[in-house]
Ligand binder design. Structure first.
Ligand SMILES: Cc1cc2nc3c(=O)[nH]c(=O)nc-3n(C[C@H](O)[C@H](O)[C@H](O)COP(=O)(O)O)c2cc1C
Length: 195
């Protein structure tokens, strides 16, 4: 139980993973944001058109691979031929080699939500390296927002404010209750933008 506690995850925060599954018998992988509410299941929302979604629905088995660097997200999207896989312990899904953490999942629920399907997977096995750092977008967005705020008076103010408001929306979505969220709210107040 609570197998996801081997990963440094916060409840409700969204982390960037590479979801792998067999699609027409071949390993297939794509970056997808995942989160947990109970440390026993992982949730994700995947666009209808996705080959990854098709593989999950066809096989009922998939793996959340947490990369050690952002470059692997790029490789998965644009150079998938460079990815290497091994089979999961029961051979039902491909596991991405070189990941900082691996979570094997069995499909529990697939629920349509506006052009996407919300997938819930029950954790079968989870392992993580000791010094793992998960990828969450909030810190990067806060850094970008701070830089943008320093440019407010030199750039088109309306466009900067729109970008900051969007960054705040995403920070609240991917890291609810975080210090990034409170710092971002403070920043918007400091520059007189309602949060
Ligand atoms: C960091 C990152 C996060 C992503 N998160 C999602 C997601 O949560 N859901 C989704 O459907 N697509 C997401 N995508 C886009 C998919 O990876 C992309 O559409 C991919 O081409 C789907 O590939 P497929 O058709 O091979 O499954 C994300 C992309 C990146 C780079």
């Amino acid at each position: 139980m609570n197998q996801l506690q081997v990963l440094p995850m916060q409840k409700g925060w969204i982390y960037e993973a590479i979801i792998s599954t067999f699609s027409k018998g071949e390993p297939h992988a794509a970056p997808i944001g995942v989160w947990t509410e109970d440390f026993d299941t992982l949730h994700m929302e995947i666009f209808d058109s996705s080959q990854t979604l098709r593989g999950i629905l066809d096989t009922g088995r998939f793996v959340a691979n947490f990369p050690s660097d952002v470059g692997t997200l790029h490789t998965a999207l644009f150079h998938p031929e460079l990815l290497s896989f091994e089979r999961s312990q029961d051979a039902s899904a491909p596991v991405l080699l070189g990941s900082a953490a691996t979570v094997e999942l069995v499909l529990r629920q697939a629920m349509p939500v506006a052009e996407r399907v919300r997938i819930t997977g029950t954790v079968v096995r989870a392992s993580a390296r000791a010094e793992i750092k998960l990828i969450n977008r909030a810190a990067g967005l806060l850094v970008e927002s701070l830089i943008l705020a320093t440019r407010l008076r030199y750039l088109d103010a309306a466009a900067v404010r729109e970008s900051l408001a969007e960054n705040y929306r995403v920070i609240r979505k991917v890291a609810p209750g975080s210090t990034c969220e409170t710092t971002m709210a403070e920043l918007l107040r400091d520059i007189d933008l309602p949060s």
